[in-house]
Design a protein around this ligand. Structure first.
Ligand SMILES: [Zn+2]
Length: 135
């Protein structure tokens, strides 16, 4: 399956081949802190199957909760994260940020990582009051 997409403002565009699509939710501290949310959803792709079509992201290297160095890429003008990847490992698997893909509805997650740091209320989402307007 081919996916494409990019950053929020459209400055960065990219595409990847993901066969079969491998999508996970990560509850680690970095995946809450860096995107500023409760968990992160990631689409795995081999680096050889990924390409930037227009422009390149800013790269920020940080030590993950696992202790390994991770390269975080984003477009700084609109703040959209694009992917993260290990540093010094070949071949690399990119953790593409789910939200960058235009095919989100065809990419349901199949598993969860770091569930011990998951927010306790995630299981309550189906019973939460639904407010249709954006708050
Ligand atoms: Zn994580």
């Amino acid at each position: 399956m081919q996916i494409d997409g990019g950053c929020r403002c459209g400055h960065i565009t990219c595409r990847a081949e993901v066969d079969p699509p491998d999508i996970i939710i990560c509850h680690c501290a970095d995946c809450q802190k860096l995107p500023g949310t409760a968990f992160r959803t990631v689409v795995f792709a081999a680096e050889k199957d990924f390409a930037f079509l227009e422009a390149l992201p800013k790269i920020y290297v940080k030590a993950a909760e696992s202790g390994r160095q991770r390269e975080q890429t984003s477009y700084p003008e609109c703040g959209s994260p694009i992917y993260s990847a290990p540093v010094g490992v070949e071949p690399r698997t990119l953790d593409i940020r789910f939200g960058t893909a235009n095919q989100r509805e065809d990419l349901p997650p199949q598993s969860q990582f770091w569930s011990r740091s998951a927010q306790f209320w995630l299981g309550d989402i189906p019973s939460m009051k639904i407010v249709s307007r954006h708050v």
